[in-house]
Design a protein around this ligand. Structure first.
Ligand SMILES: *Cc1c(COP(=O)(O)O)cnc(C)c1O
Length: 389
């Protein structure tokens, strides 16, 4: 009999399957279902970035334009990364402190493969992006979940991590602005994370997927702004959410030299880099960040306000997120804290799909997530339906 490897058997069940089936069933019954579930930008990649891709891929003077990106890297991209970090965060990165990646999801797993041995622990903040744990599973390491609680402002409580975990852990994953809680971190928290990493020899891996998706004038810092952070911290940046480039698969890892080198070594043995035209286009996007991101954020901010104002008018307890493309809120009291019961009722009675908190782990039960990556009219319609529930 042909069977899967154990590592596939160890993958956690996909908790949204249930909801997906219910969604299909509702559609089959003729319910007009609107989804606010998925966090994948609806707006197109900005024109200058698309134009840069097209001209690079058609540039007959570039004899390498069809070739493996790893063998014919485009210096413009890492240079644009370094310029962006200096300009945006005041952080200087050496050449060997940056590696171009095929987005962050891929890079997160590759770093786990490069840094963790069987039996090691990786600490993942929870609720959080499921891929940190997937990286650990693929590396035969174990995940310890550090809860992000509202009473701690959704920060990791470093003092609550057991000594035994600290001894065996080699990496701690954090993510601010945070998906799904929308919490943001200040430099003081990042400094405490760096101090924790130093004290315990634990690499601090900061997933910085949303630093450019911010509102009301808020600017989100990089962990690498903390003095000496690169001795113990590494940052994952993705062009996906900042520039509406999810399908393009482009990002980078920056900071700690050993971590960057590990990602490079794993990549050299698994992927062959990304298309040169993509690297040129990515450099263009980063160089135009000041022009591109305010316009995108204005759209998300308006959608956020439709959601927050609409739900508050109905007496819901909703906080106004400063960042990310999400609204994170407690389920109404009559559902007794069950995010699944709430999501199911919302789908069956109002035809609206939201993401139940339970899908992000036990610590986010009682919450749900609305994604702002849908047109204003769809969001308004959904909020009106939720209000009438
Ligand atoms: C979307 C997302 C990513 C990664 O996106 P890629 O498209 O793989 O670069 C990483 N972390 C978080 C928290 C995300 O929400």
């Amino acid at each position: 009999m042909i069977t899967f490897a154990e590592r596939l058997q160890k993958l956690p069940p996909y908790l949204f399957v249930d909801l997906r089936q219910k969604m299909a069933a509702a559609k089959a019954r003729g319910v007009d279902v609107i989804s606010l579930g998925i966090g994948d930008p609806d707006m197109p990649t900005p024109d200058p970035v698309v134009a840069a891709l097209c001209s690079a891929v058609q540039d007959v003077t570039d004899a390498d334009r069809h070739r493996y990106g790893c063998d014919s890297p485009v210096a413009d991209f890492p240079q644009a990364v370094r310029d962006f970090y200096r300009h945006r965060f005041g952080v200087s990165l050496a050449e060997e402190q940056v590696v171009t990646t095929l987005g962050s999801k891929d890079a997160i797993v590759k770093m786990a493969l490069g840094m963790l041995n069987p039996g090691d622990i990786g600490i993942a903040a929870s609720p959080g992006y499921p891929t940190y744990n997937i990286g650990h599973v693929f590396a035969s390491a174990t995940t310890y979940y550090a809860p992000l609680l509202r009473e701690n402002d959704f920060y990791v409580d470093f003092d609550a991590i057991p000594d035994e975990v600290k001894r065996l852990a080699k990496v701690l994953w954090i993510n601010y602005p945070n998906n799904p809680t929308t919490a943001v971190a200040d430099l003081d928290f990042f400094a405490r994370a760096v101090a924790f990493g130093r004290q315990n020899d634990i690499l601090i891996a900061h997933d910085n997927a949303y630093s450019e998706n911010t509102y009301d004038g808020y600017r989100s810092p990089s962990i690498l702004q903390v003095d000496g952070a690169d001795e113990i911290a590494v940052e994952f940046f993705s062009l996906s959410k900042a520039f509406n480039m999810t399908g393009w698969r482009l990002g980078f890892v920056a900071g700690n030299r050993a971590a960057v080198e590990a990602v490079k070594l794993v990549k050299d043995n698994i992927d062959n880099g990304c298309l040169r035209a993509l690297q040129f286009a990515g450099a263009k996007a980063l160089s135009l960040a000041d022009e591109i991101t305010p316009a995108l954020n204005a759209v998300y901010q308006q959608r956020r306000d439709i959601v927050v104002n609409g739900l508050r008018q109905n007496g819901w307890d909703i906080e106004v997120p400063k960042a990310t493309m999400y609204v994170w809120a407690p389920v109404p009291p009559r559902f007794n804290g069950s995010s699944r019961a709430f999501a199911t009722a919302l789908l069956e009675e109002a035809g609206v799909v939201v993401t139940p908190g339970l899908g992000y782990g036990q610590w986010s039960e009682g919450y749900f997530r609305i994604s702002l990556t849908y047109p204003d009219a769809v969001i308004s319609d959904a909020i009106a339906r939720i209000s009438n529930l």
